[in-house]
Write a protein that binds this ligand. Structure first.
Ligand code: C5P
Length: 339
């Protein structure tokens, strides 16, 4: 076999509830992941030395050394299975990006998940989805979800993933920002806002200003206690009605992202002015995600948002989407698309 290609989706968090900072620097989460039909592709092939090549959206921002998340995933897989698993001294990793980098859409984690399923196939390593998920958890908090896709609850760091019973297809508009936000910086800003809120009543007022009034069902800076799954959100997902889901979208990282990039407040408000059922910062941002009634509404909303100039570019996407999937195994003529 000479090359294996896997396709992998972006994600938005329908709920992102963030607990207090743990002693290891991470935060316990209760989150609801939702995979979006915006895909990166990763091809792995045997080579004399390890290499990473990245093309497409934001490629110049992706590290090409051992810090690359796809390269780290390959190293973690070799570590888990043993060095004998690879049939060549190195692996060439080629990443074709459509998911923007450092945008709150878990694009790097997605590439890691794609590299895992592709190398599992290339080497015939035979790891089960559950075994791959264990390796994924060592690479990053969102990598496990990118393996499974669909709609799923994430607990712990976000790496303990359980699928959710959800009905129907949702239509989204994503507004990409010109800027990037670093995930650790947004979590740190969230901690700072919470500390300020706890120590000064004035700060809580300022933090509340960072939210979008009456819009996204998220409190000023989120609860300091253990996060809870929103059972109304779960019921809305079972109903499949986007009008029920829209007002229930919530993201504790949103005030923190807005504090670092205040312009996001206008971007969210613009979506609401143009009839979005819900408007939310995706993950740690700065991408904004808007829920539409249907495909036509999503296209209308995308045109309206483009006209407001609040973002770099917009796309319409549907969710849920399948997780990391091998899409081509050219060398030995096996099927070109498999779940
Ligand atoms: O796990 P991952 O490498 O994707 O996380 C990136 C950063 O995001 C972490 O270093 C940490 O600062 C922050 N993070 C967190 N709590 C989580 C997940 C991520 O604080 N549950």
């Amino acid at each position: 076999m000479t090359a294996v290609t896997a396709r992998v989706p972006a994600k938005v968090n329908l709920q992102l509830s963030v607990g207090p900072r743990r002693s290891d620097g991470y935060h316990d989460l209760v989150t609801v992941f939702h995979a979006l039909a915006l895909f990166d592709e990763v091809t792995v092939s045997p080579a004399d030395t390890d290499s990473v090549v990245v093309t497409g959206e934001g490629a110049d921002r992706v590290p090409l050394d051992a810090d690359n998340l796809a390269a780290r995933a390959v190293a973690a897989l070799v570590e888990a299975v043993g060095p004998g698993v690879r049939d060549s001294p190195g692996v060439a990793i080629e990443i074709r990006k459509r998911i923007p980098v450092a945008a709150g859409l878990a694009g790097g984690s997605a590439d890691a998940a794609a590299a895992l399923v592709a190398c599992n196939e290339l080497w015939g390593a035979g790891l089960s989805p559950q075994e791959l998920a264990e390796v994924a958890g060592q690479v990053g908090s969102d990598v496990g979800f990118a393996l499974f896709g669909g709609t799923a609850i994430g607990l712990g760091r976000g790496d303990q993933v359980t699928p959710v019973l959800a009905t129907g297809t949702y239509h989204w508009v994503l507004a990409f920002a010109a800027e990037v936000l670093s995930t650790p910086a947004v979590y740190a800003a969230c901690d700072r806002l919470r500390e300020a809120q706890a120590t000064s009543p004035d700060a809580s007022g300022a933090a509340a200003m960072a939210g979008v009034p009456g819009s996204v069902g998220t409190s000023a800076v989120g609860a300091a206690g253990p996060p809870q799954l929103n059972t109304r959100l779960m019921a809305a997902l079972r109903s499949g009605d986007p009008a029920e889901l829209g007002p229930l979208l919530s993201n504790d990282l949103q005030p923190a992202a807005i504090s670092l990039l205040p312009r996001l407040r206008q971007a969210l408000a613009a979506g609401q002015e143009h009839g979005a059922l819900g408007a939310i910062v995706s993950g740690s941002g700065p991408t904004c995600a808007y829920l539409a009634r249907d495909g036509k509404h999503a296209r209308d909303l995308a045109v309206a948002l483009t006209g407001t100039g609040v973002c770099r570019s917009v796309v319409t996407v549907t969710g849920p989407a399948p997780g990391a999937t091998v899409i081509s195994v050219p060398a030995d003529g096996r099927p070109v698309s498999r779940p």
